[in-house]
Design a protein. Structure first.
Length: 160
């Protein structure tokens, strides 16, 4: 049932001016909100505009002020609510290095997130999101972490 709703919402936006282009997204947030390793987190992502069924590729890197770093690649889905609001869940496996930050149990980690954005006339977006990173218990320790973040997504090129 979700696929027809996503398709209908995507078609609705396409009927009102075309699909969105690729984006360069910049995020800043509060890392490890539910534990004692809190830090500032910054991210940069490339969000591809081309869809493969309902999925769009995404690749990015995040870093905290205590030198934790994660490079990741995965998929996202844009779910449109009218012309202005976009809900974007994403799933991105990646490689994590803790630096002086939180030990997440191992190098291979999985980031899931959800973001709600306002879409401006020039198709740029400003959004608020929450993400979770964990290793899905593939290691003995799986403490996980959550981040609350603000994102500005800059459209690249013209509308698709």
């Amino acid at each position: 049932m979700a696929a027809p709703v996503v398709h209908a919402q995507t078609k609705d936006v396409a009927d009102k001016g075309g699909d969105d282009p690729s984006f360069l997204a910049f995020s800043a947030g509060y890392y490890d909100i539910n534990d004692n390793h809190d830090a500032f987190e910054g991210r940069i992502e490339y969000r591809h505009g081309e869809k493969f069924w309902i999925f769009k590729p995404v690749v990015g890197v995040l870093a905290t002020h205590d030198e934790a770093v994660m490079g990741y690649a995965g998929v996202l889905v844009d779910i449109y609510f009218g012309r202005r609001w976009v809900l974007t869940p994403a799933f991105t496996p990646g490689l994590y290095r803790k630096g002086d930050g939180k030990n997440l149990g191992g190098t291979i980690e999985f980031k899931s997130q959800i973001e709600l954005s306002y879409r401006f006339d020039n198709r740029s977006r400003l959004g608020l999101g929450v993400s979770h990173i964990s290793n899905a218990s593939i290691y003995d320790s799986n403490p996980g972490t959550e981040t609350v973040f603000l994102t500005y997504a800059l459209p690249l090129g013209g509308p698709r």
